[in-house]
Design a protein around this ligand. Structure first.
Ligand SMILES: NC(=O)c1ccc[n+]([C@@H]2O[C@H](COP(=O)([O-])OP(=O)(O)OC[C@H]3O[C@@H](n4cnc5c(N)ncnc54)[C@H](O)[C@@H]3O)[C@@H](O)[C@H]2O)c1
Length: 252
């Protein structure tokens, strides 16, 4: 895929899927504004990835004012915007009894509210470029699972937010999402608490998946680039499952 000359904002770019997506867009020729919670984490990413096609856009997106400031920094720094990847998110493993209002608010603020308000702030730039948005849903937004009820609620919201945004923003802006199952990142590692077998490693989680392994951040990045690319020009409102076959299994 060739993204030469294209301008992208990736949120939560400092590690995991966001970092892999940033690297993939850079490899494909794009310029990328990179967001992370702190200036230090963004500075570290930029020095590690290098090159002159990165723009720093740090800020905690759980506040609407910060979403608007990050949007401006990205558009000013890049000189416009073609693609927004709403990747920043958090995951909490806890029973309903152990889930309090603070957890509800923090999960919803970054997983749902930031996706809406950052997208809203970038509509003028994305309308001007006839661009695209990719939201990070989850297999947990397509099916429920125990110990992650609030997270499942937020990702279910992202799935239907994606569909609704696609309806409202067509034909100017395409809006799609990816729904990964467990991916080998820090967040993915939190699933070992659900797996519940002492001494288990990430690799042991493969028993959940017909393809007999968990996914990689680089694979999710390729799905995100595909949804931005001209190859997906007739797609909007779609959620691309990247789940090793789990959701199509009769045991899921
Ligand atoms: N890893 C998985 O198994 C998995 C599966 C399905 C969906 N996802 C989704 O993919 C996305 C990325 O997940 P990951 O595994 O790379 O996670 P990660 O924890 O490795 O990275 C998350 C990134 O989001 C950033 N972030 C968190 N809160 C933020 C905030 N308030 N403001 C700005 N940035 C913030 C973090 O700094 C980090 O850069 C998330 O939306 C997640 O829900 C992940």
């Amino acid at each position: 895929m060739d993204f030469s000359g294209k301008k992208v904002l990736v949120t939560g770019a400092t590690r995991g899927i966001g970092r892999a997506t940033t690297a993939a867009f850079l490899d494909a020729g794009a310029s990328v504004a990179v967001n992370g919670r702190s200036q230090a984490s963004v500075d570290r990413l930029m020095s590690e990835l290098g090159g002159d096609r990165l723009v720093a856009a740090p800020g905690d997106l759980s506040e609407v004012a910060v979403c608007e400031a990050v949007a401006k920094t990205a558009v000013d720094g890049l000189g416009g915007l073609d693609y927004l990847v709403n990747n920043a998110g958090i995951y909490v493993v806890a029973s309903m009894e152990d889930s309090d209002e603070a957890a509800w608010d923090s999960l919803n603020d970054i997983n749902v509210k930031a996706t809406f308000f950052l997208s809203r702030a970038l509509l003028p730039a994305l309308r001007a470029s006839k661009g695209a948005i990719v939201n990070l849903g989850s297999s947990a937004g397509l099916a429920g699972s125990a110990q992650t009820t609030i997270y499942c609620a937020t990702k279910g919201a992202v799935v239907n937010l994606t569909r609704a945004m696609a309806q409202e923003l067509a034909p100017d802006i395409r809006v799609n999402g990816v729904c990964p199952a467990v991916i080998a990142t820090e967040m993915g590692g939190q699933n070992l608490d659900i797996f519940g077998k002492p001494g288990a490693t990430m690799d042991d989680l493969k028993e959940w998946y017909p393809l007999d392994r968990i996914g990689t951040p680089e694979e999710v990045a390729q799905g995100i680039l595909f949804l931005c690319s001209p190859a997906a020009a007739f797609m909007t409102g779609s959620m691309l499952a990247m789940d090793g076959g789990a959701l199509s299994s009769d045991s899921s």
